[in-house]
Design a protein around this ligand. Structure first.
Ligand SMILES: [Cu+2]
Length: 537
């Protein structure tokens, strides 16, 4: 497709990107060269090539073409002009076996630079799709990512530039292990999202609404010259009567957040230990559909269905249950856990859970409750004729046994060693009032990278000194969560850290490069809650 101009607020969009995230990345690249990292260390091509040679290789290549651009998307009777891959939301599935070469050509039809980050896949660093390890793709440019995955599982991909993931720019990725015995009859990929693009405020408007007015923050984007309409934005046309937009607790008294619809503290969530999120969205989607026009997955009664659940949201944790069913959790973030039965699972942004259900006889809503936001997304499982309950229906399973990170344990085969050579620290700070989210006291444009040497075993401790929860994500590695009692938890690449919680994970330095470590809340990340883990020596 040919590049087309953005429909809404192109000046605002470019202004944000130039002043905020992209500017921050450039500053970090600059400071790195002056802070004494050994030459040829962090991004050493030889070490990256050697790590790639050590991965399994089948000799087979799987190709895909992704065309990010503007698109008119039908969310189910509601249309949104947004950004999407190949004119669809979610974008097309990429599926390969462990060790296949995956060659993805990206033809950038956006009006700004983009990138593709292969979330959760332990790929070679120079194909990770996050600057500075991998250069961004200029507007109108193209690039082919080539990588292989050493591990099977449920993954996804999205840009690592600006707030693009809060548009429709995301795809599911499944890596199969052909030697795995198939323990299920059918497979259902369920992608969750919080949606505003084209129907409510733009992500850039939301971000500006969250930032303090007057530019007193550490990474100010307000008050920039040549950015009309950035302050005191009035209500958007057509926003009245949107679900979830009115009467939110915490909307009053937050002077910096008035004026932008959808922006404000959401309600609270017991599971998340406080506020659910920062943004109340007009819609919550499963596989690109609003609840009133939910997609339907058809199966036969008694079939064992593997449901692969992916949270592609920007600011929303979802609690997911299938009405009338228990679910057996088999994998967290692609890695196997001791199979455990629950009634529902909790997913922060970026997390994936694989569950098995044995299908009943009838029509059953799969409901994803947006934590603290009093709204749901849903899809339908149909194995017989029947009618569905109304679109706001909340199955009782949502309030029964809910699986969280503490519920699960990695299978012995994938547990990481318990010895550690070094202890890494990531102190999370910031407040809603100042919107100054940071790691180790610094926003990303002033960050001091964490360092590790290849082969080292490390603990990484997240100390959350904020009143918000943060889904913390490390690129290029899957870590071993340690439970509060010291016992092994699940393997994950994204983990929920609750307000004031200290949580430790273990990791093995087996993938050399420069790796992003950040909060997967798109707005916290944009404000600076990001650093890097650099290989040295
Ligand atoms: Cu965060």
């Amino acid at each position: 497709m040919s590049p087309r101009p953005l429909a809404a607020a192109p000046m605002t969009r470019r202004g944000f990107l130039a002043a905020g995230v992209l500017g921050g990345a450039a500053l970090v690249a600059c400071s790195r060269s002056t802070t004494g990292n050994a030459p040829g260390a962090a991004g050493a091509p030889d070490a990256i090539a050697a790590a790639e040679a050590a991965r399994p290789h089948t000799g087979k290549t799987v190709t895909a073409q992704l065309n990010p651009g503007t698109a008119d998307i039908d969310l189910g009777g509601t249309r949104a002009r947004t950004l999407a891959y190949n004119n669809q939301v979610p974008g097309p599935l990429i599926r390969a076996n462990v060790g296949d070469e995956i060659a993805v050509s990206v033809n950038n039809g956006l009006d700004h630079a983009t990138s593709m980050h292969w979330h959760g896949l332990a790929v070679r660093n120079d194909m990770d799709g996050a600057s500075p390890a991998t250069p961004d793709i200029a507007a109108g440019g193209d690039f082919t990512y080539r990588f292989s995955s050493p591990y099977p599982g449920t993954y996804w991909a999205h840009p690592h530039t600006g707030l693009d993931t809060d548009y429709g720019l995301y795809i599911p990725i499944i890596i199969d292990d052909p030697t795995d015995p198939i323990g299920y009859d059918a497979e259902w990929i369920v992608v969750l999202d919080d949606w505003t693009s084209g129907v409510g405020s733009s992500p850039e408007e939301i971000y500006q609404g969250l930032r303090p007015k007057g530019g007193s923050g550490q990474n100010p984007t307000s008050g920039m010259p040549g950015m009309p309409g950035m302050g005191g934005m009035g209500p958007m046309p057509g926003m009245g009567g949107m679900p979830g937009m009115g009467g939110m607790p915490g909307m009053g008294g937050m002077g910096s957040m008035s004026g932008t619809p959808g922006v404000g503290v959401a309600g609270t969530s017991d599971l998340l230990g406080g506020d659910g999120g920062d943004v109340n969205y007009p819609y919550y989607l499963i596989n690109g559909r609003i609840p009133a026009a939910a997609s339907t997955f058809t199966a036969k009664p008694g079939q064992r269905i593997r449901i692969r659940i992916i949270n592609a949201g920007a600011d929303t944790a979802f609690r997911v249950a299938l009405a009338g069913h228990r679910m057996t959790v088999t994998h967290t973030d692609g890695f196997p856990v001791v199979p455990t039965d629950v009634d529902a699972v909790l997913l922060g942004m970026g997390e994936r859970y694989d569950v098995i259900v044995t299908a009943g006889d009838g029509v059953f809503p799969l409901v994803a409750s947006a934590e603290g936001k009093n709204a749901v997304a849903r899809a339908m499982l149909s194995t017989a004729t029947g009618s569905a309950p109304d679109a706001a229906f909340r199955p009782p399973e949502l309030t029964q046994l809910v699986g969280t990170v503490d519920t699960f344990t990695a299978t012995p085969q994938v547990q990481l060693p318990t010895n550690a050579d070094l202890a890494l620290q990531a102190r999370l700070s910031g407040t809603m009032m100042h919107y100054d989210w940071a790691i180790n006291g610094r926003p990303y444009d002033q960050t001091v990278p964490l360092t590790i040497q290849q082969g080292q075993h490390a603990t990484l401790t997240f100390a959350n000194a904020t009143m918000m929860w943060h889904p913390m994500h490390l690129h290029g590695h899957t870590f071993q969560v340690i439970k509060p009692d010291g016992s092994p938890g699940p393997r994950k690449d994204t983990v929920i850290v609750k307000p004031m919680q200290t949580l430790t994970v273990r990791l093995v330095a087996d993938n050399p490069g420069i790796w992003m470590l950040h909060c997967h809340n798109a707005y916290h990340m944009g404000a600076g809650m990001m650093t890097t883990l650099n290989y040295t020596g």
